[in-house]
Ligand binder design. Structure first.
Ligand SMILES: Cc1ncc(COP(=O)(O)O)c(C=O)c1O
Length: 391
């Protein structure tokens, strides 16, 4: 048997890739599992986006390879979106790179910048793709702690006392997944200062800024375009287009050119219909976000109740697509998640998959309608009553 490359080391198959197979098997066996695990929006994308996709698909000229940097109209639409929503000016020719989702951007950035042994600061807890992409590119993961007591913000004083000479990249993500923490403009500014002082490329992953968040922020609004800052963004959550795979990278022209070297040698452009749909989606007015967030706010009330039934502690100030709750002391989180799946028929995410600092927590997604959430609530109440009776 030919072995997998050493650089994959301890990188495992993505948790959801494996776990959703298990959920599918349970469903195939008639279990009707309610999936509150993954952040895949169930609400429809903007109607105009769907129409643009269908219209493009009917054109003979739409089916060839597309340019590696997307169409100029799509780059312009991203630039307009940044100007309107974040007050950030981006040159659509040189400072915007459309991507097939922001997740691929994490890999391309890692491939473009990391030499063997280069170190990367990765949040704990945080999105697992940062570590996986680092290792796959030959880099070395250096986790930095995020703690509830510090609002899940990095302790820059603590980091500064360490030897950072080998650190090349740092991943940050606010609104933060999985904790739902926000970073103020002042906190973002301190991060930019830190990256400049230590000559680190700060990569801000920003897919949740429009979800249940009054004021979307871009890290590029702190000091404008800087050689030390990049930002990833995405239509997956903001426009319910997760399966369409549309995202973007914004930043200094040299970085965009570098990442394009990594990207253009892998994919061969995004289907024209999807690009035209994305342009329509990006034109949505504030009313789109207001309607979306009203629905999520309703759902979140039920998820708070679900957390209460499980005696989990959570902050109601969280933003984004999930509720993150701390399990009561003494409860074994991994076991609880398995019991909820197999005994209550509800799938939620254990916090340990986001790193050791997530071990005492669970994450519940808002990507299920109120009917499903009410059923999940009833099932979990019944599960809890059975447990109380048997203990
Ligand atoms: C923090 C974070 N970054 C990036 C992504 C990937 O999003 P996309 O669909 O744009 O690839 C996710 C998806 O769940 C995420 O939670």
């Amino acid at each position: 048997m030919v072995n997998i490359a050493d650089r994959y080391g301890d990188v495992q198959e993505y948790y959801f890739s494996q776990k959703l197979r298990e959920v599918a098997q349970l469903n195939a066996a008639g279990k009707n599992i309610i999936n509150l695990g993954i952040g895949s929006p169930d609400l429809p994308p903007p109607q105009q986006a769907v129409e643009a996709l269908c219209a493009a698909a009917k054109h003979d000229h739409a089916h060839g390879y597309q340019g590696y940097k997307g169409t100029s109209a799509l780059r312009q639409a991203f630039s307009d979106w940044y100007a309107t929503n974040y007050a950030v000016a981006l040159d659509p020719e040189t400072e915007v790179l459309p991507l097939m989702g922001s997740k691929e951007g994490i890999t391309y950035i890692s491939n473009a910048y990391l030499n063997a042994g280069d170190e990367v600061l990765v949040p704990n807890p945080g999105y697992p793709a940062y570590s996986a992409a680092t290792k796959a590119a030959g880099g070395v993961v250096r986790h930095y702690d995020l703690r509830e007591a510090m609002g899940w913000l990095p302790d820059l004083q603590e980091l500064q006392q360490q030897d950072l000479s080998k650190v090349k990249l740092m991943w940050v993500n606010y609104p933060h997944m999985p904790t739902g923490a926000k970073a103020s403009k002042a906190a973002l500014s301190q991060l930019v200062d830190f990256s400049e002082r230590h000559d680190i490329l700060l990569c801000h992953d920003n897919p949740y800024s429009f979800i249940l968040n009054d004021k979307p922020e871009s890290i590029l609004s702190v000091k404008g375009i800087s050689p030390h800052v990049l930002e990833l963004n995405s239509l997956s959550k903001s426009h319910n287009m997760a399966g369409w795979r549309v995202g973007m990278l914004a930043g200094h022209r040299q970085h965009i050119a570098n990442v394009l070297i990594a990207k253009s040698n892998v994919d061969s452009g995004m289907f024209l219909g999807i690009q035209q749909a994305a342009i329509e989606a990006l034109k949505q007015p504030q009313a789109w976000f207001d309607k979306l967030n009203a629905q999520y706010a309703e759902r979140r009330k039920l998820v708070w109740q679900l957390m209460d039934v499980l005696d989990c502690r959570y902050s109601t100030a969280q933003v984004g697509l999930f509720v993150w709750g701390r399990a009561p002391e003494g409860v074994r989180v991994e076991q609880l998640v398995e019991e909820l799946l197999y005994e209550a028929g509800v799938f939620i995410t254990p916090g340990f998959i986001f790193g050791t600092n997530g071990q005492r927590y669970i994450r519940v997604s808002l990507c299920a309608d109120t009917g499903q959430l009410l059923t999940a609530l009833e099932r979990i109440k019944a599960f809890k009553n059975t447990k109380i009776k048997t203990t």
